[in-house]
Every structure is written in structure tokens, then in C-alpha cells.
Design a protein around this ligand. Structure first.
Ligand SMILES: Nc1nc2c(c(=O)[nH]1)N[C@H]1C(S)=C(S)[C@@H](COP(=O)(O)OP(=O)(O)OC[C@H]3O[C@@H](n4cnc5c(=O)[nH]c(N)nc54)[C@H](O)[C@@H]3O)O[C@H]1N2
Ligand SMILES: Nc1nc2c(c(=O)[nH]1)N[C@H]1C(S)=C(S)[C@@H](COP(=O)(O)OP(=O)(O)OC[C@H]3O[C@@H](n4cnc5c(=O)[nH]c(N)nc54)[C@H](O)[C@@H]3O)O[C@H]1N2
Ligand code: SF4
Ligand SMILES: [Mo]
Length: 754
């Protein structure tokens, strides 16, 4: 390949990094003629990130440049090779196959999985509805059931909206408790903001006499714990016991003080009763936490401006919903929810946490999986059950026969990936919407790739709802895609339109925007001075996600109300701002107005229903001493998909099994030697990293590796960072039933020398 011609003039473009939640500001120097990226730097003028970046800042450049990235659809031939085809042929093939399956076997013979990078692509998020309408199936799976679904369930049942996450007020707190999260590496999940290290150091500096506290409760002494003030080892999966004991201490020591929350909270007496038996002494053997540590932590927290936070280690565990719920309970009992320095509700420019939203009751069990009758939870089925739903031997004639995998790699990221890989080959038809031929898409009959970040505009649609500081930000497209590339939203919209027999995707797109405006502007709305038709005429774009963003932003809490508030925010203004707009610190006292329910239900019956299981498990947990596996994230990874980028794949093998020296000695394992890790589900071989970072009895392995399968066309990943797949050990039948979420932390394993 000849080197592209280089023009004399380069340009600097400001853009948010779309790789993780932090959305740091970047300055990207491009050559617009050669269509190449010359340099990527942190943007010191960005008021959110002040020039901070991590090594993954290079990801968008390297994905854009990756010669193995697909640009056009590819169809699998009989012999397993791939042929590039035109979009029209690809669309026709996909639609005829999917429609054929629906007609012959019914809609539920189709299933789909929606993966994580969706959250980083506004077009992909906003156009899931037309895709879902086109597929019209109950077999709906996503990464949520390996992620935040327990938090969704707790919030939906307590406040009436599963997506109004309370976020640590990290800019004001002086006492941050972090359970099951490692913001130093993940950059803060559901606490989005660049440079977690600096923010946490400021928490410590802010405390009285520079003695603020960052308390990490984790089976591993993490990077966050290293810069924190306190670290407490906890046995994996025992957080619900520990949090109940923290509640017990609050009541026993007269420290309960919900403040203004008491006026609109039900269930305070119930929680007192529920936690009464769980003294720190009673749960000590299960949690591994000395009672005095619990008591002192609770007292110190109450004396400070505390925020108590829990993340993925609390979600993807045996009692995921109970643990996630109890985090919110502790914040209510101590008056820290919706209070300065506590856990606050961001106010998104697109208006998704404003007063007056309709309340949709929490729903579950309306339908079930075929094989084991597992009940749906808020439209989600556990993603690890996809395999058994596909297998003829398990699901028989009612099995899933057609499958759409959108922006996900579940063979590596969902439980029992080996079983899923085999099941995918039983399908009549599989469509992958992916930019690589990877561990999952290699099973597809057809792959449709989308444009990547630098080829489309973006708006931080999800992360303005999970941010530690209110902001609104648009990012420009750096390079015009080729004529025969498609954006993810176009693919969804066109697939949906064709599946439903709509005249064109343009009509579907217009209908979506008109429907939206019909509800948002006009008489009896927050934007009464303009009629929907007039608003429609004012929109900047002809099609696409930014048109919807424009509607939401203009009507939203800071918006220009389509002219009625001329100083307000609009897409046009955002498009002129290099770093987006600073909308101020998070606000306190937004409840109860900003929640759809009138009152907080501190003890939803649905969640209390799981307490007998928790109680029944206490004795066994107190006794057992089996080895368990937990996960970890690493700064140069993003789940499964950045290992093909040279800048991020270089260096030594990172897929290591961390193990405590005492365990290593006992098992005859040595640093940098290989161990065999096995259980009912599978067996893998991984390099050991002997370290006292680990709690004895617990081993830690990152997920997203295992680039060793035939047919995968990611040569850098395969060569430099193949690793082994943690999810070949994750048991697909081990599920937190309340949230349909898998147990990916605290998995029993046997470890021996390889
Ligand atoms: N053991 C264990 N397993 C876990 C976790 C854990 O902690 N431990 N974490 C879980 C969590 S929180 C998550 S979110 C999931 C993530 O798991 P998935 O949702 O499956 O996501 P990824 O593994 O990141 O795969 C992303 C896929 O999207 C493709 N892709 C990236 N960008 C684009 C794009 O612009 N267009 C298209 N069409 N495709 C694109 C990539 O090539 C890749 O195939 O993993 C879960 N799995
Ligand atoms: N660099 C990088 N950043 C990422 C990602 C990535 O892959 N790489 N993934 C992104 C995604 S999709 C997500 S969802 C977020 C997740 O963001 P985080 O929640 O911060 O994720 P982790 O870094 O995996 O931290 C989970 C912690 O939980 C601990 N843990 C495990 N089991 C238990 C338990 O039973 N109890 C307690 N108390 N702790 C436990 C683990 O030891 C680990 O330290 O990160 C996002 N950011
Ligand atoms: S922390 Fe790294 S990956 Fe995340 S937004 Fe910032 S530069 Fe990008
Ligand atoms: Mo995630």
C-alpha cells in the first residue's frame, strides 16, 4: 500500500475521547487531505480534563487506522472464507433471512445482544428502538446482565426510574467509600469524570487538616486503594452481609439521620427490623471484616461529608441486587443521598432527570426463557443463557434460530463463552454488527461494520447522566467516511425499516423525530410557545441522531426552548464550542421532584423477597474456604476489543492470575509460571502473578482476553496479547435472579500448577 499523500496544512480538532466514561478532552491533529491522524494530545483548555489523558487516548486513532477493521459488509462463503459485498445486497440478505425465520417459527425464534460500546456512540443508542421494533422479539439480551442491571432494579423499585443513578459528589465529599470499583483504572464508572486519581487525592486534601478519607473495600488492594487512606479486604460476594451490618450499627448507635429525606421515605422501620440480626460479629466470618473495623468506619462516615459508592464488584456477584440496593439504603439512612458531598443526581442537558417524567412501574416475569423458564427482568434476559436458548438439545423446536449481535463480543464477555461459541454454529442465520472478525463475529453468516468514532459526530448522551460535574458536549466528525460506509444508526434504522416493511428508513427517521417533538413541544408541555411543526422546520440536520439531540437539548433544562429563551443552549451553539459547556457542580435537593415516584420506597417488597436466600447462605459462607476468582480491569484494555491496537497491545502479557504468596506456596505455584484454573464450566491456563495485593483465598484475572481461536482476524491481538478467557470459567447458571445478572465475581475455582 502506498503511503497517503500528505498535505502541507494540518488542523487541530477538539473532541471528547469516546473510549471510556470519562470522556476526556483531546486535541487531535489531522491531515485532512491524507485523512490521517498526525498526533493525539490531551486538551489543556478542557475544563473537565485539563489536559489529562490515559494510554487509551490513542485508541480512536488506531481503530481508525487499523487495516484489519472492516469497512464494508462481508458474507461468509461455504468454505468459511469471507467476501466483501455491497450494502444493498447485505441488507436484502439479512432481512430475507430474518423475516424467513420469523415467518416460519415466530418472532421469538430471533434473538439479539446489544454490547457495551453502544454507550459511547449516541447514534447507536438512539436508534436501538427501530432495530428492536423490526426484530420484535422477547429474546432480548445485552451486556447489562454482566453489568449494572442490579443497580437499575434497585433504583427502579426505590425511586421509579432505573436509570437515575446517584453519582458520588466527588468535588465536595471528604469521605469516599468505594466498594467493588476501581476508579483509578476504570476512570470511574457511574461516576464519570477524567483523572480519577487527582479527584480522589483532592478528596483526601479536602478533609479536616488534609485528612479526608478514601476507603476501599475490595478483595484486592487495588490501584485506588494504593492512593486511598484505608483498605479493607472483603470476601467476594459477602457485601450484602457487610452492608446490613453497617445498617445495624447505624441503628444500634443512634446514628440514623436521613434529614429531609425522612419526609418522603417509606420503609425506615422495615430496614431497622431487617438489619437487626446482622451484627458485625455475626457476619464477620462470612465477610472477613473485624467488627471494630465496621463500627469505626460507620462512625467516621457519619461524622464526615461522606459518599458511599458501589460498582461492578457489587453488581456481578451472588447477591448483586441486595448489595446494590443496600448501598443506596446506607446513603439514605445517613442523609447522604441527594445531599452535598453525598450521592447526587446529575442534571443532563437532554432533560432525562427532570420533574414530571411519567412513572413506569417496574416489570418482571412477563415472559420466560424456553429452556429453564428464567423470568425476564425489565426486558432483559441473562446474556449467559443465550447458548441454551440456541441449542436444539436444550430448547428444542422453540430454540433461537436467528441472532443479531450488535457491537458486542459475548463469546469473550458473557458467561461460558465456549458453550456460546458452539451454540452460535447451530443457528440458521447470524448477523454481526461489528468492525472486526473476532471471537464472536467469526460465527456470523454476515457482518455489517459501521463507521468508527472519528468518522461520525458524537454527543455524550449517556455520560452526562452519570457525570461527577454537569456538562454538555458535542464532538465533531474528523473524517468523512467513504460513500460505501454506513453509520451504526443508519444500519439500525434501515434494518428496522426493511424488517417492518416501511417505505424507507428516511421515513422511519422522520417519524421518530416528529413523534418526539409531538410530546415535547406545544400546549401543555415545558415548551408551550412553539408548535411541533414549527420546531421541526427549525432543526439543523436532515437526518440522524443529532437531530434528536437538538430537540432534547433545546427543550431541556438549559435549552433555548426553540427561541423562547434565546440565551439557552442549542445544538448550533454546542457545535461552535470546542470543549462543550460547563453546567456547574452537581445539585443537591433534587428529590423528590426529580423522581417519578412520589416517595422513596426504601424497602421494595421485590428486593426484600431475596433476604431469605441471603440468610440461608450465611452459615455456609461463614464456613467455607474454597478458592474464588474475581475480575479486574487494566488501563490499556477496554473489555475485549482494544487488543488489536499496537500502542495498547505492546508490552508483556497482562492476562495474569494474581494470587497471594501463601496460596501460591500451598499450591506450588510460582511467579511468572503457568497455572491451570478450572471448575465445572471450563479450564484455562494463565501466567501467575504472586502478590500480597490479593486477599488470601482469592485470585484475580482480567476479562476480555482469549484471542486464540481459529478464524479470528485480529493479528496483533492474537500475537501480542492472546491471554485466556476468564469467562470460560464463569458459570452461566449462577444468576442473581432479581436482576437476571450473572455472577462474575466470587466464582469457585481450583488452581494448580500447569
Ligand atoms: N468475567 C467478566 N466478564 C465481563 C465483565 C467482567 O467484569 N468480568 N464485565 C462485563 C461488562 S461490565 C461489560 S460492559 C461487558 C462488555 O462486553 P461486550 O458488550 O460484549 O463488549 P466488548 O467485549 O467490549 O465488545 C465490543 C464489540 O464491539 C465492537 N465494536 C466496537 N466499536 C464498534 C463500533 O463503532 N461499531 C460496531 N459495529 N462495532 C464496534 C468490537 O469490535 C467488539 O466486538 O463485558 C462483561 N463481561
Ligand atoms: N481501562 C478500562 N476502563 C474501563 C473498562 C475496561 O475494560 N478497561 N471497562 C468499563 C466498563 S464496561 C465498566 S462496567 C466499568 C467498571 O468499572 P469498575 O466497577 O471500577 O470496575 P473494576 O475495575 O473491574 O473494579 C471492580 C472491583 O471489584 C472488586 N471486586 C470483585 N468482587 C468483589 C466483591 O465481591 N466485593 C467487593 N467489594 N469488591 C469486589 C475487584 O477486585 C475490582 O477491584 O469500567 C469501565 N472502564
Ligand atoms: S481516561 Fe483514557 S480512555 Fe477514558 S476518556 Fe480519558 S483518555 Fe479516553
Ligand atoms: Mo460495563
Amino acid at each position: 500500500m502506498a503511503a497517503p499523500a500528505r498535505s502541507a496544512e494540518t488542523q487541530i480538532i477538539h473532541r471528547a475521547c469516546s473510549t471510556c466514561e470519562a470522556s476526556c478532552g483531546l486535541k487531535i491533529e489531522i491531515d485532512p487531505v491524507a485523512k490521517t491522524v498526525v498526533r493525539v494530545e490531551g486538551d489543556e483548555d478542557d475544563y473537565r480534563s485539563h489536559g489529562y489523558i490515559c494510554p487509551k487516548a490513542l485508541a480512536m486513532k488506531e481503530i481508525y487506522e487499523d487495516p484489519e477493521r472492516l469497512r464494508k459488509p462481508v458474507k461468509k462463503n461455504e468454505d468459511g472464507s469471507w467476501t466483501e459485498i455491497e450494502w444493498d445486497e447485505a441488507m436484502e440478505l439479512a432481512v430475507s433471512k430474518l423475516k424467513g425465520i420469523k415467518e416460519q417459527y415466530g418472532n421469538n425464534a430471533i434473538g439479539y445482544y446489544i454490547g457495551n460500546p453502544t454507550g459511547h456512540n449516541v447514534g447507536a443508542q438512539l436508534y436501538i428502538p427501530p432495530l428492536m421494533a423490526g426484530l420484535d422479539t422477547q429474546r432480548s439480551f445485552s451486556a447489562a446482565t454482566m453489568d449494572q442491571q442490579p443497580q437499575n432494579v434497585a433504583l427502579h423499585t426505590m425511586l421509579g426510574d432505573g436509570w437515575m443513578f446517584p453519582i458520588p459528589d466527588i468535588e465536595r465529599t471528604d469521605f469516599f467509600v468505594c466498594m467493588g470499583g476501581n476508579p483509578l483504572v476504570s476512570q470511574g464508572s457511574l461516576m464519570s469524570g477524567p483523572n480519577a486519581k487527582k479527584r480522589l487525592q483532592e478528596v483526601i486534601a479536602r478533609g479536616p487538616n488534609g485528612k479526608g478519607r478514601v476507603v476501599v473495600i475490595d478483595p484486592r488492594r487495588t490501584e485506588t486503594a494504593e492512593i486511598g487512606t484505608d483498605h479493607v479486604f472483603i470476601k467476594p460476594g459477602s457485601d450484602a452481609y457487610f452492608l446490613l451490618s453497617a445498617c445495624q450499627v447505624l441503628f444500634a448507635e443512634g446514628l440514623v439521620n436521613p434529614g429531609r429525606l425522612a419526609e418522603f421515605t417509606d420503609g425506615l422501620d422495615t430496614i431497622e427490623r431487617v438489619c437487626a440480626d446482622y451484627t458485625p460479629e455475626r457476619v464477620e466470618a462470612a465477610t472477613g471484616i473485624p467488627p471494630e473495623t465496621t463500627r469505626q468506619l460507620v462512625r467516621d462516615f457519619c461524622a464526615a461529608q461522606g459518599a458511599w459508592y458501589g460498582r461492578i464488584g457489587l453488581c456481578t456477584q451472588e447477591y448483586g441486587t441486595l448489595a446494590s440496593w443496600l448501598i443506596y439504603v446506607v446513603n439514605v439512612l445517613t442523609g447522604r443521598l441527594d445531599a452535598e458531598g453525598g450521592m447526587l443526581f446529575p442534571r443532563a442537558a437532554t432533560g432525562r432527570s427532570e420533574a414530571g417524567r411519567p412513572w413506569e412501574p417496574f416489570a418482571h416475569g412477563r415472559y420466560k426463557t424456553v429452556k429453564r423458564g428464567f423470568p425476564e427482568v425489565d426486558n432483559q434476559l441473562p446474556c449467559g443463557l443465550m447458548a441454551e436458548e440456541m441449542e436444539e438439545a436444550s430448547a428444542g423446536a422453540d430454540r433461537m434460530r436467528g441472532f443479531v449481535c450488535a457491537i458486542g463480543n459475548p463469546v469473550l464477555s458473557a458467561p461460558n463463552g465456549e458453550r456460546l461459541a458452539a451454540a452460535l454454529d447451530e443457528l440458521d442465520f447470524m448477523l454481526s454488527l461489528d468492525i472486526y472478525i473476532n471471537e464472536t463475529s467469526r460465527h456470523a453468516d454476515l457482518i455489517m461494520p459501521s463507521t468508527v468514532q472519528l468518522e461520525h459526530e458524537n454527543y455524550e448522551f449517556l455520560f452526562e447522566t452519570t457525570t461527577v460535574h454537569n456538562f454538555s458536549r458535542w464532538s465533531p466528525q474528523l473524517f468523512e467516511p467513504d460513500d460505501d460506509q454506513r453509520h451504526q444508526w443508519q444500519i439500525y434504522c434501515e434494518l428496522g425499516a426493511r424488517l417492518n416493511g416501511a417505505p424507507s428508513w428516511e421515513i422511519v427517521d422522520d417519524m421518530m423525530v416528529k413523534g418526539m417533538l409531538g410530546m415535547m413541544v406545544g400546549p401543555n408541555t415545558g415548551c408551550p410557545d412553539v408548535m411541533p411543526e414549527a420546531a421541526y422546520e427549525m432543526l439543523q440536520d436532515e437526518h440522524g441522531p443529532m437531530r434528536m439531540i437538538e430537540c432534547m437539548v433545546r427543550v431541556g433544562p438549559y435549552g433555548d426552548k426553540f427561541g423562547a429563551n434565546p440565551d439557552g443552549l442549542s445544538l448550533e451553539k454546542l457545535r461552535g464550542m470546542d470543549q462543550g459547556v460547563d453546567l456547574g457542580m452537581l445539585q443537591a435537593n433534587r428529590l423528590p421532584e426529580c423522581m417519578p415516584m412520589d416517595r422513596i420506597d426504601l424497602c421494595p417488597e421485590y428486593i426484600l423477597g431475596d433476604l431469605p436466600r441471603l440468610e440461608a447462605g450465611l452459615e455456609e459462607r461463614s464456613r467455607e474456604d474454597r478458592m474464588v476468582l474475581v475480575g479486574r480491569r487494566q488501563i490499556r484494555n477496554m473489555n475485549s476489543w482494544l487488543h488489536n491496537l499496537p500502542a495498547l497491545a505492546k508490552g508483556k502479557n497482562r492476562c495474569t492470575l494474581m494470587i497471594h504468596p501463601d496460596d501460591a506456596d500451598r499450591l506450588g505455584l510460582e511467579n511468572r509460571k503457568f497455572a491451570r484454573v478450572s471448575n465445572r464450566v471450563g479450564e484455562i491456563e494463565v501466567e501467575c502473578e504472586v502478590t500480597d495485593e490479593m486477599m488470601p483465598g482469592v485470585v484475580s484475572l482480567p476479562h476480555g482476553y482469549g484471542h486464540t481461536l481459529p478464524g479470528v482476524k485480529m493479528s496483533v491481538a492474537t500475537e501480542k496479547q492472546p491471554g485466556a478467557c476468564a469467562n470460560y470459567l464463569t458459570d452461566e447458571s449462577s444468576i442473581d435472579v432479581l436482576s437476571a445478572t450473572h455472577v462474575a465475581n466470587g466464582i469457585p475455582v481450583e488452581v494448580r500448577s500447569a
